[in-house]
Design a binder for this molecule. Structure first.
Ligand code: ADP
Ligand code: MG
Ligand code: ZN
Length: 473
């Protein structure tokens, strides 16, 4: 039998607000354990939560970017459970009236429905104290704002899942609401998966996979889990509805808890928070001020700048790169030149230093000036790359650097002609080889001439003069 995989995603996004969702504690990462807590986020009796407006604003932005309807009156609910990382004994979430509903996105040629987006608070963390061998609680993450984005069961392939997550991460970064880093846990994804005969119209029993920490891990988990379910069904057995954990090292999923043990969360409306009432003007204001997203930028770069599709992809792979690119173009750099430098030298220099694009130390004016110097014939491309590497980490002025290191391109054609004549005189073998049909000898002679001119000549001029002199005699 031929089987079809059916998947729906629940993705948790950690928002990059300064303060927590219901108190003014910092959301900063890496503070000493329990240094960013207060009676509210620790759930002490009598403490009252106050909603952080930024969380609503960020949630509405994401909802609009994903084509959702914004709920005019949304509410919070309590999800009750006991776990040591949750001192309140309940999580404030939204069950009955979530912030956004009914969205859709196009990915990898299919439409993925967005069932809902709701706001909630994160729990704390347990950590192992190696000195005492004890497990300890760190409540700094309690109350860090999350959005949970729930899709319809519209995914059929791992490729679609990864494409969706990549697009989601891009939207989050362009909207400036989250850094979307999966490795650091600011984007966490649970995959619900079932299988059914191809073309079937009912859904099979699903499992939910947790602990998926990377795009690669997700694709492997999907491959493993779908095969496991298909094998069970082909043996005439049943799939148990359960939560499973993916072990990255072994590449297998393991049962964590079954439906029978499923918790009853005793949801009820949160009595300490009023409903979130959003006016049409508020929603319109946010809609009108949404930043241009990656997709729109790629379309515009292709139309306005005739940038090839691949270049557009690379340049928009991070909003900081796109901003850098637009500033370069604004400073007069030809778009294709700007893109070439970004794809080659800029990305190379960043990865050598282990920096991400928002940490790019070089101001766009430095690269714009380098590009202009090459265009004006004052620097050749190779020397420009050397200058780029020298000034990348500093704010050094390009013109001053070039002058101080005597790097200006040799403009003097007579000097090039004299140098070529000397090179030909000193390398009779190569001259004979070239004339005998060995094209390679030409490259050698170009190299020799460039060498004598400290690499500062215009390679075009060197080639032209060499050709002239080689064919003359
Ligand atoms: P819960 O809240 O109990 O986890 P939901 O019904 O809200 O369950 O669904 C959670 C996710 O699972 C959604 O993304 C949904 O699309 C997906 N899902 C539900 N049923 C199936 C199924 N049979 N196969 C695959 N995915 C499913
Ligand atoms: Mg679930
Ligand atoms: Zn607090």
């Amino acid at each position: 039998m031929n089987w079809e995989i059916v998947m729906g995603l629940e993705t948790h996004v950690e928002l990059s607000t300064e303060s927590k969702i219901f108190c003014s504690c910092s959301t900063g990462f890496g503070g000493a354990p329990n240094s960013q807590c207060c009676p509210v986020c620790m759930g002490l009796p009598g403490a009252l939560p106050v909603l952080n407006e930024k969380v609503v604003e960020y949630g509405v932005k994401v909802g609009l970017a994903l084509g959702c309807t914004i709920t005019p009156v949304s509410r919070f609910d309590r999800k009750n459970y006991f776990y040591p990382d949750l001192p309140k004994g309940y999580q404030i979430s939204q069950l009955y009236a979530p912030l956004c509903r009914n969205g859709r996105v196009e990915v990898a040629g299919t439409t993925i429905g967005i069932h809902e987006i709701h706001m909630e608070e994160d729990a704390g963390k347990l950590y192992h104290d190696p000195e005492t061998g004890e497990t300890r609680c760190d409540f700094n993450r309690c109350g860090v704002p999350l959005l949970e984005i729930v899709t319809e069961p519209d995914f059929r392939t791992a490729q679609q899942v990864v494409a969706y997550l990549e697009l989601l991460r891009e939207h989050l970064q362009y909207l400036g609401v989250s850094d979307g880093k999966m490795e650091e846990g600011s984007l966490r994804c649970d995959v619900n998966l079932s299988v059914r005969p191809v073309g079937g119209d009912t859904l099979g029993t699903r499992t939910e996979m947790k602990n998926l920490g990377s795009f690669k891990g997700i694709a492997r988990a999907i491959a493993y889990e779908s095969q496991r379910q298909i094998a069970l069904l082909e043996r005439g057995e049943r799939v148990a509805q359960e939560t499973r954990r993916f072990d990255e090292e072994r590449g297998e999923t393991f049962s964590m808890r079954s439906k029978e043990e499923a918790r009853d969360y005793r949801y009820f409306p949160e009595p300490d928070l009023p409903p979130v009432v959003l006016s049409q003007e508020y929603i319109k204001h946010i809609r009108d001020h949404l930043p241009e997203l990656g997709e729109a930028k790629r379309r515009r770069y292709a139309q306005e700048y005739q940038l090839p599709e691949y270049d557009g992809q690379m340049v928009t792979s991070h909003p900081a790169l796109a901003r850098f690119f637009e500033e370069l173009v604004g400073l007069g750099a030809p778009p294709k030149q700007g893109a070439n430098w970004i794809m080659g030298e800029v990305l190379g220099a960043l990865s050598e230093r282990g920096l991400s694009p928002e940490q790019l130390p070089m101001p766009p004016k430095t690269l714009a000036r380098l590009i202009a110097l090459v265009a004006e014939g004052k620097l050749n491309r190779n020397t420009a790359v050397k200058v780029f590497q020298a000034v990348f980490d500093t704010d050094e002025d390009v013109d001053e650097y070039v002058a101080a290191h005597h790097l200006e391109q040799v403009q003097d054609v007579e000097l090039v002609e004299k140098t070529v004549a000397l090179v030909l005189e000193d390398n009779p073998r190569s001259v004979a080889d070239y004339r005998g049909g060995k094209e390679k000898a030409f490259g050698f002679l170009v190299g020799q001439t460039m060498g004598r001119l400290q690499g500062k000549a215009d390679p075009q001029t060197v080639r032209r003069v060499l050709l002239e002199q080689l064919t003359k005699k």
